[in-house]
Every structure is written in C-alpha cells, then in structure tokens.
Design a protein around this ligand. Structure first.
Ligand code: SAM
Length: 605
C-alpha cells in the first residue's frame, strides 16, 4: 500500500520514499539515466538494434516512464527498448494514478501504463507501448525469485532502486547482486542512489567495478558501476529480415503479428480459403483462465497468458459488445471436485481485479439468474469473436497472407527454410509452425504426440428469461450471455477424433452439462433445440502444456494450445518472437523450459 507524506508517495512498510521528495523526475535523470549514460548509448544504437534495462523495484513506474521518454528522444526509429523490473508489493490502480499525476509531462506514457496496470497478474507481465517499440516485462514477485529467471547476459544497464539498503537489506543481498551480475555482460553498467559501503563491496564481489560520483540534491554521493570482465556474452540479438508462419489460426496470426511488430516481413501461409478456419473459427470463444490451487508450471503459464491476452485484446479489439464483451466469468463450485479446487484457490491471496471468491447470493447478483452455488468470479473474463481477433492480428503492413496454401514440405535451405505445397514455394530466414496437429505432416514433427481433439459448440436460441444471463457461466461446460438472441454453449471434447460433422449427441452432451450444473439457466431455456453448432479440431499433447519454442536452428513452433488458444496464443507468439530476435523473453526461464519442445520426452527436432 502506498501512503503520502508531504505530497509524495511514501511506503509505511519500509519507512522510505519512492523517490526524492525534492524532484523525483530530476533524481531519476541524474541517478539512473545519466548514471548509465543512457542518452548517448541510446543514440549510438544501430537501427533495428535493441537495448535492455533491468530494475530492482518498479514502484510507481517513474523510472520506466522516464527511460521510455529518453529512448524515444534519442534512439534511432527502428530500435527497441526492453525494460525489465520486479515489484513484490504492487500498488493499486488509484494509487498509481495519483502518484503519476505528479508528472504532467509524462501524462501520455502514464496513461498507457495505467491502461495495462489493470490487467496485471501475479508473476510475469509483458506489455507493449509506443507501437511495440517499448516492451515492459514486469515480474510481480520477489526480486530474489525473479532475477535468477532472466537469461544470462541479457541486461545492458541496471537501475538499482529498492528503498535504502538500511531499510530494505533484502533488496541488496549478495544473492540479488550476484543474480544481477549473472544477467549482465562485460560492459553492462549500473547506477544507484545509495553509496552504502556494504552495497559497494557486494557489487565489487559480484564482479562490478564501482565508483562514487556526486549524488542528487542533498545526497552527497551515488554509485555507478560496470561489469568489467566476467559475465556472459551479450545476448541482445539481431532481428531477422523475413519469416514464414505456417497456420492462420490464433497461434499463427498472433505469431505473425508479434514478428511483424518487430520489423520482420512475414508470409503467413494458410491451407484453407480463409483465416481462422479450424478451432479458432468458432463464432464466440470465452476468456476462461482455469488453474489449480497448486499453481504448477502449466497453471502459472495460464495465469501469465490470461493477463497478456487481456492487454493484447485491449490493443486489438475494443470491448464493444459485438466482437468482445467483458461481462465477467463465473466458475461455479457445482461439483465436489470443483468446490474443493475453488475453496483452495479462494484461501490464497488474489488481487480482486483478477479473481474473487463469491457465495451463491453474490453469484446470483453477478449472473442475473438464480444460482445454487458460489464459485470464483473473474471480473475481466468474457467472450470474444476469435475470427475477428485473427483478422486484426493479421492486418499488419508487414504481413502477407497467402490463403489456399497448404504446406506439404518444410526443408532447411541455405540461409533459412523453404515451405512448399501444390504450386508454391516460399523461402525465409526463419519459420514458425502453428498448424496444430496438421504439423505432423511436416517432417520434423512427424513423430510428435500431437493429438486431435474434436470439440462441438451449440448455439442456443435465447428466451426472454435466459436473456437475463449477464456473465459467462462455467462448470464442466460453459454458456455465454445471449447476443442477438443466441447463447453459445460448449464444448465437447473427443480425443483422437478429427471429424467436424455436427452431431446431435454432442448437442445433447452440451445441454446435459447445463442441466446438471446450471439448472436455473437450463430451466430458462425451456425445451430448447440448438439452432446451430460448429465442430472443430483442437490440438493437444500429453500433459496439456503447449509446445512453444525453437525446434531446430531457425525453426520454431507454437502448437498444442488445446482449448486455451484464445489465452495462450498471444504470449506464445511473444516467446517465439523474443527467441527469434535474441531479446528478453516475456516469461521466466523455468516456464520457458516447461514450454520448450526440447524439454519434452518423446519429441525429436
Ligand atoms: N523505481 C520506482 C519508481 O520509479 O517509482 C521506485 C522504487 S521504490 C524506491 C522501491 C520498490 O521496491 C518499492 O515499490 C517496493 O515495494 C519494492 N520492493 C521492496 N522490496 C522488494 C522485494 N524484495 N522484491 C521486489 N520488490 C521489492
């Protein structure tokens, strides 16, 4: 929680100010920006190159906003900035808004940060600003947990900003300082307002040459440093010029978008005559983040993906009630197993903008219909029209979409990869395979355990009573509020079935789940007959964690998103784009390892 003292943000927890009470802005410039010589280093970046700043305490984001502004003022147009920061005690929306209102000169940047702030989730968050030029990776967790998850050698300059070492020694521990050195390369610099002797010695022990220089305002001295010899190779890579993306569903469109945003010319190849022809083609998809209380690697990934998807959708598809609704989503404690899962999750601490435990009475109020159970309420949950998401992602001047282009062969050629099919062949430096279980037709993926999973949704005519449903309801199945007098309910799940015929048995299955777990809704629907439906094939793998990452030099994949593609396609695309360009990944290393095809038994590259 943020308090105020003399008109400035103050932390009672630590008994210290967030920034100098004289002028935080000038202090940031003096200590962190000049301390790392950032104006000249930004100006000297080759076009298309990138720079990475690491920070230990995000606080109000003032340092981030100042670095962003300086970068835009000095760096060549096609250069990009990665800013990584950690924050264990994130302030809430109103506090951030009030703190940043102190700096009218940063109003544009502050407005953009505030819009993303409401999407924050515990763990790692990745947000884009200034048309994708500025990327913020914000680890909302303890600094000692976050820093070891950075790639070795990835950071070019550090802002050490964690309250005074006397008041918050954990932020300056040997463990933290050596993680900082590990994520640095020879030539990486650091700056901090503190000149405490034990911090200087800790930095020296970690491999930094440090010097005391005049501090800001009343502070006589500050410290800057430089990693002289040891340290990993700098990892900041070059952006390739061209890439092929195979598959025009959510995974492929998101990958094409993420690459094009980084200045790569993308050819997007889709076998069907339109984008979103398979599992991404349902008339509506729900934003449903479901995790277990243990928060294993898959669940932590789903959480990060959910936050990322909401922020990406905010950029692409405004909430308009036609293509997207943020009506909230209720996970009902309708079975014993669900009640147990929900009780365990409810016992943990969650930010209320992300999820809240609700009882049956609150559920009735939120859903607009009688409810026998409480559950978990996701205020930002809702539904979107997935084909519209695909269309907006693919509508980028650097993406060439080629429909009716089924890739039947993928081969390594000098300088890259060739994808070919009947009557066409395309070559590019890099390739990303995003064509779900169809990837098995391509040589490198033939032996992968990619499983087709048939799923059918049912379109149900609304009645005046069922039209009162205000939120998405989820139990074993789901049902979305009516739009144009139609509900969408789903979905069946048939493993190793790749047929897309509409089956009466599947409609009955969807209705039976509503009857069993949402009886009041079922009653309002009367003797409903589905007016329409759609069956499509998703792709899954044993363990259900998607396969995302490099498969062979220059060959990447984003596959097996199962029923969660709406959430996971965007962050997976960001993982692939960061790997391809040698830039800061959006997720911690242990999660990248869990997603990596190379870490999965039974997969051959
Ligand atoms: N850079 C900030 C700005 O621009 O507003 C000011 C940072 S403030 C001096 C230090 C921040 O470190 C606080 O927001 C605090 O909550 C955070 N912090 C303290 N201990 C931490 C820890 N162990 N891990 C991560 N963040 C921590």
């Amino acid at each position: 929680m943020l308090d105020w003292k003399d008109g400035q943000p103050f932390s009672s927890r630590f008994g210290d100010v967030y920034f100098s009470s004289g002028s935080g802005l000038e202090e940031t410039h003096h200590v962190f920006l000049q301390g790392n010589a950032l104006s000249s280093r930004f100006a000297a970046l080759p076009t298309g190159d990138g720079f990475c700043i690491g920070e230990t305490g995000f606080g109000t984001g003032l340092n981030f906003l100042c670095a962003w502004r300086l970068f835009e003022q000095n760096a060549p147009p096609a250069a990009t900035l990665d800013f990584f920061s950690t924050e264990r005690f994130p302030i809430d929306d109103d506090e951030l808004s009030a703190a940043l209102a102190l700096w009218p000169q940063l109003a544009v940047q502050a407005g953009a940060l505030l819009a993303c702030w409401k999407r924050r989730v515990p763990g790692w968050n990745r947000w884009h600003f200034a048309g994708g030029r500025i990327r913020l990776t914000l680890a909302l967790e303890d600094v000692a947990q976050a820093l070891p998850q950075l790639p070795a050698g990835g950071v070019d300059a550090w802002f050490l900003d964690g309250f005074s070492p006397a008041k918050n020694p954990e932020m300056w521990s040997d463990e933290v300082l050596s993680a900082i050195a590990r994520a640095s390369h020879a030539g990486t610099t650091l700056a901090t307002y503190t000149s405490a002797g034990w911090v200087r010695r800790g930095l020296q022990q970690a491999g930094f040459a440090v010097e005391r220089v005049p501090g800001f305002g009343r502070k006589r001295e500050m410290v800057r440093g430089r990693l002289e010899s040891a340290g990993a190779q700098a990892t900041n890579g070059r952006v390739p010029s061209s890439a092929i993306v195979i598959g025009g569903g959510l995974a492929g469109c998101a990958a094409a978008h993420a690459l094009a945003q980084r200045g790569i010319k993308v050819t997007l190849l889709e076998a069907a005559p339109q984008l979103a022809a398979a599992a991404s083609g349902n008339p509506r998809g729900i934003l449903h983040a479901r995790f277990g209380a243990g928060m294993n690697a898959l669940h932590r990934f789903v959480l990060a993906a959910y936050g990322h998807a909401l922020a990406l959708l905010d950029e692409m598809l405004p909430v308009d009630g036609v293509n997207r609704a943020e009506c909230g989503l209720l996970q009902l404690a309708a079975t014993d197993a669900e009640a147990k899962r929900i009780a365990k999750l409810s016992a943990q601490e969650w930010p209320p903008h992300l999820l809240q435990a609700v009882d049956a009475e609150q559920a009735i109020h939120l859903a607009g219909l009688p409810m026998a159970h409480g559950g978990l309420w996701f205020p930002a949950g809702g539904w979107v029209v997935p084909p519209e998401v695909c269309a907006r992602l693919a509508a980028h001047p650097d993406i060439t979409v080629r429909l009716d282009s089924e890739v039947t062969a993928l081969e390594a050629v000098a300088g890259g990869w060739r994808a070919s099919g009947a009557g066409f062949a395309v070559e590019a430096g890099k390739v990303v395979v995003c064509c779900a279980h169809q990837a098995k037709r391509l040589a490198p993926f033939a032996a992968w355990p990619l499983q087709p999973v048939r799923g059918q949704i049912s379109v149900l005519p609304a009645t005046p009573q069922s039209a009162r449903l205000k939120a998405v309801l989820c139990a074993e199945g789901y049902c979305a509020p009516a739009v144009a007098d139609r509900h969408v309910a789903g979905a069946t799940s048939s493993f190793d079935d790749a047929a897309t015929d509409i089956r009466a048995t599947d409609h009955a299955d969807n209705l039976a789940k509503i009857a069993a777990h949402m009886p009041a809704l079922h009653q309002t629907l009367g003797d409903v007959e589905p007016s329409d439906g759609r069956a499509a094939v998703r792709c899954s793998v044993p363990g259900a964690t998607p396969l995302v990452g490099e498969v062979a030099p220059g060959l990447y994949c984003s596959l097996a998103h199962g029923t969660r593609g709406l959430l996971t396609a965007g962050i997976a695309a960001e993982v692939v784009a960061a790997q391809m360009c040698g830039k800061l990944p959006p997720l911690p290393q242990d999660m990248l390892d869990a997603l990596a095809p190379s870490s999965r038994p039974g997969l051959r590259g």
